[in-house]
Design a protein around this ligand. Sequence first.
Ligand code: NAP
Length: 553
Amino acid sequence: MTAGQGGTPSKSTSPTRCDVIVVGGGFGGMYAIYKFREMGLSVQGIEAGGDLGGVWYWNRYPGARVDLPSIDYSYSFSPEIEQEWNWSEQFAAQPELLRYIDFVATRLDLRKHYRFNTRVTRAAWDEARQLWTATTDRGDVLEAPFCIMATGPLSVPKEPEIAGLSRFKGRLMHAARWPHEPVDLSGQRVGVIGTGSTGLQIVQELGPKVGELFVLQRTPSFTMPMRNVPLTPEYMAEVKRHYAGIREAARNSAVGGTRPQSTRAFFSVTPEQRRSLLEDAWKQGGLAMLGTFSDLMVNEEANEVVAEFVREKIGEVVKDPATAEKLKPRGYPIFARRPCIDTSYYETYNLPNVHLVDLQADPIAEVVEQGVRLASGKVVELDVLILATGYDGLTGALTAFDVVGRDGRTVTQKWKDGPRSYLAMMMEGFPNLFATTGPNGPAALANIIRISEHDVDWIAALIVHMQKTGASSVEPTAQAEAEWMDIIAGLARRSLINKAKTWWVGANVKDKPTGLTMYTGGFAKYREHCAAAAADGYRGLVFARRVEKARAA
Ligand code: NAP
């Protein structure tokens, strides 16, 4: 079949036929393209951005940086790439991540399979022809028996739900759509709305660089020191010698990485030992704190002790006691909102030009020409307003356009009460449609690259199975899907994640169904579930053979 047009958008009149359509050019999509191509299948990727990189293509905001160790946050499928690439920092910044993505894409010649600056506007299953038809905003029509949604859990920025944004006379910027050219904000009065992972990174980066920085905080996040360090050539050489073991450990861990995970329950040790373990984790930095005890996400009392430990640390750093109090998160368990790691975030509030605006005390009324007007009537006057207000996470990408399965039913209709799938990869009623890092898997709670590789490999093995058995389509039974959702619900009932209003539970988007629909049993267990289904003859799936379909027609 025809290969893709190497990054040039097209206006084709006749359908492009291929074996696999891959929607998305982030880590998951890139690996899918590579994997299926190496299997001898013809592939066509579609990407809305101007190049590969997904979240790292779009998120060019000041201070953007991965908060998992770069060694873990990288592909494991190619020993050659592992040996050829060197990371310069323990936690790589966005430009280095894009360089890595470019390195992989060039090394594997992936760009030629993509149409860039192109959005899929509709994807529909054609039961009679046993294939998916995808149409794009550039007039492309693609047809393939298989369609892979590698659309990512964080690709659709959420509506900020703030009145008057269009009235603002200054410069309005969204973190997730940051310009490609350098932006000089020195001397400017800058406002940042949002104090999640994105907002924190922007604040700590811009605080020392801009004229005045106003942080408009509604809910404070817990953040722990990143303690980023440069990686020396000697360290990288050592890592390269041990990559196989590092990857094996990651695949067998709950988080898909090398972060140690304790099996010790919080109250099984003395208060002194607990304190000492927490102090060690604080000194160690990164998300070490999360691995100190096994029950922090299920034992509320233990969780509160750890939360108070972090509040104490905030009090020690922030000089103004009133500001420190406002920065201390309360009312939800630590780690129930995505934990952040930072470099001098709290110290930033000791700078004389950085001001914390507490929206819990005085909420935003509207944006006006000069800045942000608060409910009290006070106007925070600004030259630049940055929105770090987050995403329509987990489900946003697959409900943003029509994905139409059998009998004309869309994913949006299927998910009206929340996302449902089998093993996070397949849905009843949507034959031959697969998702990587879907909303009923461990995405957001574990290393997204490990999950992407796992999901693509599992889907690839299923396609090989179909080729061998002559199946033309596959989908899960309603019962298999229900059983998977029961497993998720059973785990979710124990988790403290439900106790915070976040994108993890859909609470950040107006009118979105809320609830914990991610698999909280950890990456290793998720893999076990998927492997067991495959080993059991693809338990829970029904296959159709082309010949049966032809007879039926
Ligand atoms: P987020 O965690 O959803 O945070 C959005 C922030 O905007 C929250 O503080 C929210 O306040 C605030 N907000 C939203 N609408 C608002 C409004 N109308 N008025 C006032 N405040 C409003 O989004 P994010 O920071 O972009 O992070 C999303 C995810 O991306 C993270 O959880 C993480 O998984 C990923 N991420 C990772 C990295 C990294 O690896 N370093 C960096 C950035 C992002 P409320 O909480 O009160 O709603």
